[in-house]
Design a protein around this ligand. Structure first.
Ligand code: NAP
Length: 491
């Protein structure tokens, strides 16, 4: 029989209404690397209606022409090959710029005049979190916080429960919850959304998706980079605040939540919140923290952050339990770190062994594993047990049923919209499904705080690990002692 041909991906551009988008922090790193390239791609795709305006705002003085030159240079570096020369020129010509001081009065009246009344307006807060409250207050003071205005708030959203609550309160003074879009760019990733479709769009998996059939679940987000130029921020955050409290927690919620009644913002977010609230406190013995060592010319963590006595972790592995009917007794193992063997993100659902082997003890032990790969090679594979071909009795072997999306859906799938593109357009459409609600963020901090507080109270130092490894040996032991093992971080 012929193999089914790969199906070309249908690219759909859902029209949005005319909008004014103001990016605060328009001269910053995130604007250069992510926001401007995302807007260019949507412009080239034809999703930015004619007449929509993209207004950059930052503290430094620039003329509009200077800002356009800045944006052009940023796109030359971070959006190579996107659109034709004419399209790029037309995009650059939509850009405007205002010098605005978040904490002063400069530029606000001018900015207010630029916005078209009655049009969708969104304000992207791509500035340091300490300025979020001031921006919200000034938007209100200068009459820009209209009932349908939206604000997009970058991470980190607080550094503990108290700061997150204070930030929620500051924003709530001027904006309703339905106007606040807290970004976790993981939620904008294609495969992360696919997680929900795999679970709730197929009959195959959901009946088995519980403690009766699932032995355990592993979530790995491994990076090869070190802390880079973000040493100052990172040393005050660490892997727990930078990755676990937000990105890994969101993946955990999507993999563990009950089916929402609808794919609608509050239905989905209610279910995610229930997962976070059902998390048990974590025993210190179920957590391993690590810090990477130098490798050749590359500095180790402490040199990188210029803090020889740093106790901040660049790696964390932990075992969690969710106390509810679906998951009681099934552990979730989470692992993330910097300077690891390869850049890999995946979720592995490891099913239990069959209750009885009719093939006898010599057939060995086998388990089905459903692996959802977020990167690289986005896709899923399901490990199934089959008979090893050939004579000589029943020898069993595990083989993957592999579906790499770019192979199944055509090469375009590999270049599907970047997370920021999707999320910015969701803001314009007014769809909050892929954004975190205030109570979700607070619940995640309420679970995280005692863990971090415990390390600080005990003065616990992380364990050193080799750069380019899979993390400290102790992280392997965390699973070995339960008779399980981590999946290889693939190179
Ligand atoms: P950044 O490179 O330091 O840029 C900060 C921006 O804020 C600059 O445009 C700066 O303008 C502007 N700014 C500073 N003070 C201001 C003031 N008083 N009034 C108005 N504008 C002011 O920071 P970033 O890396 O782009 O990060 C921006 C936000 O995104 C932060 O919340 C960060 O945590 C978050 N984030 C960043 C990344 C990333 O990869 N960069 C990833 C995830 C989240 P001037 O240059 O004109 O002073």
């Amino acid at each position: 029989m012929d193999r089914p041909k790969s199906r070309p991906m249908v690219s759909r551009v859902i029209p949005v209404e005319l909008f004014d988008l103001v990016v605060f922090g328009a001269t910053g790193d995130l604007a250069k690397r992510k926001i401007l390239p995302a807007l260019l791609r949507r412009f080239v795709a034809g999703q930015v209606p004619d007449g929509s305006r993209l207004i950059g705002a930052a503290r430094s003085e620039h003329s509009v022409a200077e800002y356009r030159a800045f944006a052009e240079a940023a796109l030359a570096e971070h959006a190579v090959g996107v659109g034709s020369a004419e399209q790029r020129k037309a995009f650059i010509e939509t850009l405007d710029y205002v010098t605005v001081d978040a904490t002063g009065e400069q530029g606000w009246a001018e900015l207010a005049k630029k916005l078209v009344p009655g049009r969708i307006r969104a304000f992207y807060f791509s500035v340091a979190p300490r300025l979020f409250g001031a921006l919200a207050e000034r938007l209100h003071k200068y009459g820009m916080a209209s009932g349908d205005a939206r604000i997009v708030v970058e991470k980190p959203f607080g550094r503990d429960l108290a700061t997150a609550e204070a930030l929620n309160r500051d924003l709530a003074q001027h904006f309703a919850e339905r106007q606040i879009y807290r970004i976790d760019h993981y939620l904008g990733k294609e495969t992360v959304q696919n997680l929900m479709v795999i679970r709730f769009g197929n009959m195959l998996f959901e009946p088995l998706w519980n403690a009766q059939y699932v032995d355990h679940i592993q979530i790995t987000v491994a990076e090869t980079v070190g802390v880079g130029g973000r040493g100052d921020y990172y040393d005050r955050a660490g892997a727990m605040r930078d990755m676990v409290q937000n990105h890994l927690m969101q993946l955990l919620c999507l993999i563990a939540m009950e089916p929402p009644a609808k794919f609608e913002p509050d239905s989905v977010r209610d279910e995610k919140l229930k997962v976070i609230r059902a998390l048990d406190p974590v025993e210190p013995s179920d957590i391993v923290r690590g810090q990477y060592l130098a490798e050749g010319e590359k500095p180790g963590y402490c040199d990188h952050v210029e803090n020889p006595n740093s106790h901040t972790e660049s790696f964390i592995a932990m075992k969690l339990h969710i106390s509810n009917w679906r998951w009681a007794g099934t552990p979730f193992y989470l692992r993330t770190g910097k300077r690891l063997k390869s850049r890999t993100s995946e979720i592995a659902v490891v099913f239990k062994e069959t209750p009885h082997s009719i093939f006898g003890p010599e057939a060995g032990r086998h388990r089905n594993i459903l692996t959802i790969r977020l990167q690289p090679n986005e896709g899923i594979d399901l490990g199934v047990t089959i008979k090893e071909p050939g004579p000589g009795g029943m020898r069993l072997v595990d083989v993957p049923l592999d579906m790499t999306f770019s192979e199944a859906l055509g090469p375009e799938a590999a270049q599907s919209a970047d997370a920021y593109e999707r999320l910015i357009m969701d803001v314009i459409r007014g769809n909050q499904t892929l954004f975190m609600r205030g109570d979700e963020v607070e619940a995640a901090w309420a679970w995280t705080d005692p863990i971090i507080g415990g390390w600080e109270a005990r003065g616990e130092a992380p364990i050193a690990y080799e750069s380019g490894s899979s993390g400290p040996e102790e992280a392997l032991m965390l699973m070995h002692r339960d008779g399980r093992r981590w999946r290889e971080i693939r190179t």
